[in-house]
Design a protein around this ligand. Structure first.
Ligand code: HEM
Length: 216
């Protein structure tokens, strides 16, 4: 239940963050003003950040403990293990989750603390005196290696959520035989939509569809 509840909170963040990021398609004014509004939240933003961080830590701690308990329950592995029903995504939740965690750490260094790309410090404020998040994202994703890593990590997030987003119904006892296939399909469609939404940003930038608002 703890994994399910922390998972739902993180899913809500991922959906909200995507809606915020998609504003890049509406132009610099939208995304720069969105980022400025977030910053203006001040102490509330910090409260949300600390809450999200605590949620991630609890989610990881409990899932790893569960994985260890599962292994201890059957110390000798099966001689002949055939997966009857478990999908690839469901069998690799710990691995996909840990890679997504590594991505988040890199992502924070990249766009929040802006430590990985010295050009971000050279960006001038936009005409309304806001940090130019729009141009930062465009310069950031014009790099094929960076964009490639994002798309890879987003795919793992997709794998993680395609199982996780429907299995929380099971964990909370809200599932039954009739509902199960529909929930599984719904979870997969939901995860695909998130993947397409997020990946569309680096892909559009690499294709030259979005250009920086200022030259460096
Ligand atoms: C193409 C994909 C993504 C883009 C373009 C993107 C963009 C951004 C940007 C621009 C910021 C900095 C906001 C600011 O300081 O004004 C940010 C922060 C953040 N992103 Fe992402 N992001 C992406 C994917 C993700 C994913 C998949 C996750 C989580 C699974 C994530 C988690 C975060 C977190 C936790 C922050 C810190 C928020 C804060 O300032 O407290 N991002 N992202």
């Amino acid at each position: 239940m703890i994994v399910a509840i922390t998972g739902i909170i993180l899913i809500l963040f991922v959906v909200g963050h995507l809606l915020g990021n998609l504003q890049i398609f509406l132009g610099p004014d939208w995304i720069n003003s969105y980022s400025e509004h977030l910053r203006e939240l001040g102490p509330l933003l910090w409260a949300i950040r600390i809450f999200l961080l605590a949620t991630v830590i609890v989610h990881i701690y409990v899932t790893i403990r569960l994985a260890i308990a599962n292994r201890r329950a059957r110390p000798k592995s099966y001689i002949d293990k055939e997966n009857v029903k478990a999908t690839f995504a469901s069998r690799h939740m710990v691995m996909s989750g840990l890679i997504v965690l590594a991505f988040i750490i890199y992502h924070l260094a990249h766009f929040t603390f802006r430590k990985t790309d010295p050009r971000f410090g050279l960006l001038k404020l936009d005409p309304l005196n806001r940090y130019d998040v729009y141009s930062m994202m465009v310069y950031g994703f014009q790099n094929y290696v960076v964009s490639g890593f994002y798309v890879f990590a987003l795919f793992l997030l997709f794998l993680h959520l395609s199982h996780g987003s429907s299995s929380f119904f099971q964990s909370l006892g809200l599932n039954n035989k009739k509902l199960e296939p529909r929930l599984a399909l719904g979870g997969r469609i939901f995860a695909w939509l998130l993947f397409i939404g997020y990946a569309s940003i680096p892909v559009a930038i690499l294709l030259g569809l979005i250009k920086p608002a200022q030259q460096l």
